[in-house]
Design a protein around this ligand. Structure first.
Ligand code: 5GP
Length: 140
């Protein structure tokens, strides 16, 4: 497996070199909106410690990510009046991973509504800003 490469997009977001609609942050994790959401409220949770994916992350760091994923799932269900939540996590290119800093997707779902294909439509910044606001209110 390749080494962790700190020039990936999510490492840049962590370092503040690229913008993101942040919805949650603590000592160990960051949650921000996916710019090409598969459904409204689609959030990515990442560890602050470098890890390429599930295959190399330290178990403690993974535990922090899962704790945050649960918080975001509950907030996403409330904020978007969702019927359910899809959690996804991909590992290596063959596993569907595109950005090589571990991330968990939390996607609010509604009965009978299909998700958009992955990374298909870039959302408008003002829509992402509104969705981030809803999530932050639900987390408060
Ligand atoms: P994966 O690696 O799990 O297949 O997917 C990477 C995810 O990152 C995709 O859902 C894609 O829409 C999202 N993504 C790609 N580039 C950016 C970016 O610059 N900012 C944000 N917030 N999300 C991104």
């Amino acid at each position: 497996m390749a080494e962790y490469d700190n020039s990936n997009i999510f490492a840049k977001i962590l370092r503040g070199e690229l913008p993101a609609q942040k919805v949650y942050e603590d000592e160990h994790t960051l949650g921000f909106l996916d710019i090409m959401p598969r459904a409204p409220g689609h959030t990515l949770i990442i560890p602050k410690r470098p890890a390429r994916n599930l295959l190399d992350i330290e178990p403690e760091s993974l535990a922090h990510v899962i704790k945050t994923a649960k918080k975001i799932a509950i907030a996403g269900k409330k904020a978007f009046n969702a019927d359910g939540i899809t959690m996804q996590q991909f590992n290596e290119t063959a596993g569907g991973q595109v950005v090589f800093h571990l991330h968990v997707h939390i996607i609010p779902r509604h009965t009978g509504v299909q998700m958009k294909p992955a990374a298909s439509v870039m959302e408008k910044p003002e829509v992402l800003a509104e969705h981030a606001k809803l999530l932050k209110e639900a987390l408060a």
